[in-house]
Design a protein around this ligand. Structure first.
Ligand code: PHB
Length: 357
């Protein structure tokens, strides 16, 4: 029988009952301590019929924050809070990995310890405004990281990975996409360094490879995924040769035997691009997760053609906790309310109805 979204699959050590992945979604509904609460447990538990849940992007340290009301994965209290999430998802037969996040320059001093400047590969202020507790404010020029600070940064990823394992996650996803810190190193619009971390593809990918190597050493490669977004301009990003850069990145990641590579296949704003994602996919030897605007028909086609092993759905899972059942039965989908995506209460979070509810 042909493979489709409902076929089981293994991503490294993580066995999925179907190929529908809940994409990471920032929801800004955690207390300032970054500790998941009962409402957050309920939200993830409701979606445990997904083959795999990827949590909202989660800061790995106090310096990794860039928005209000994010969770964290670096304190003991956060581990205890997340353990309630993983226990609830596992009790429902689901699998869940946590997305490890450092925002780099997409932050603001009011969101950082002692009001320090955000850090980045280079001191280049992104266009646009930061979401702070005081509202939207212009981004500031970040402080360029010194090369001798990077081992400490890698250590923060290792610490967060240990916390994630202690919290019972089935694995971790390294966020190297969407204009956040690792992506700021990868793409040459935000990386103007002249040391070993700037210039050539090898140099710009060095931080990603160092982080991946260190996280793999702690978690095991078969529990680690990496997320990239080769042509997403979100967060004022661009690169002079994205195809060659990300072909290099996908090939270099083969050395680790990762659980999966997760790719945002285009521009989140919907602009057309000419990037050849099939070529990138063929260069990567492990399991491949495709993301961006998929529906049931396109998801099944991506799997049947061999382009993707699994497909990640964002907004459809946000608005349909039982998305798998709805796809299986061709039931109508709930309409997402974008005004409650970021921040708020249970409304627009845990109150989307199930079928027959
Ligand atoms: C967001 O909060 O808007 C956001 C976070 C992480 C992403 C993309 C968008 O990868």
């Amino acid at each position: 029988m042909a493979l489709d979204l409902f076929s089981p699959v293994n991503l490294g050590a993580i066995s999925l009952k179907n190929r529908m992945v809940m994409a990471p979604l920032t929801r800004n509904r955690v207390t300032e301590s970054g500790v998941p609460q009962a409402m957050n447990v309920n939200y993830y538990e409701q979606r445990a019929t997904a083959g795999l849940i990827i949590t909202e992007a989660t800061p790995i340290s106090a310096m990794a924050h860039g928005y209000p009301a994010l969770p964290g994965i670096y304190t003991d209290a956060q581990v205890v809070g997340w353990k309630k999430v993983t226990d609830a998802v596992h009790a429902k037969g689901g699998k869940i990995v946590i997305q490890l996040w450092h925002v780099g320059r997409i932050s603001h001093p009011t969101l950082l310890p002692n009001g320090v400047l955000p850090v980045a590969p280079s001191a280049i202020k992104p266009a646009g405004q930061a979401f702070t507790y005081q509202g939207l404010v212009d981004y500031v020029e970040p402080r360029a990281l010194d090369a001798n600070e990077l081992p400490g940064l890698v250590a923060d990823y290792v610490h967060a990975t240990k916390c994630a394992l202690a919290a019972g996650f089935d694995g971790v996803e390294i966020h190297a996409a969407n204009g956040y810190l690792i992506d700021q190193f990868l793409r040459d619009g935000s990386n103007k360094r002249s040391d070993n971390y700037g210039g050539s593809f090898e140099n710009r990918a060095r931080l990603l490879m160092e982080v991946t190597k260190a996280v793999v050493a702690v978690a095991g490669a078969d529990k680690v995924g990496v997320r990239i977004s080769p042509v997403n301009p979100f967060n004022d990003m661009h690169d002079s040769n994205p195809q060659a850069l990300f072909n290099y990145v996908a090939s270099e990641l083969n050395q680790f035997n990762l659980a999966y590579l997760h790719t945002i296949e285009g521009d989140m704003m919907g602009k057309e691009n000419t990037f050849d994602f099939d070529a990138l996919r063929k260069l990567f030897k492990g399991a491949y997760m495709a993301n961006l605007g998929f529906d049931k028909v396109r998801g099944n086609a991506a799997i049947a053609s061999g382009h993707a092993d699994v497909v990640a759905f964002g907004v459809p899972f946000l608005a349909n906790p039982d998305l798998v059942e709805r796809f299986k039965t061709d039931a109508p989908l709930n309409v997402a309310d974008s005004s409650s995506f970021y921040g708020g209460t249970e409304k627009g979070y845990t109150d989307y109805p199930f079928l027959n509810a």
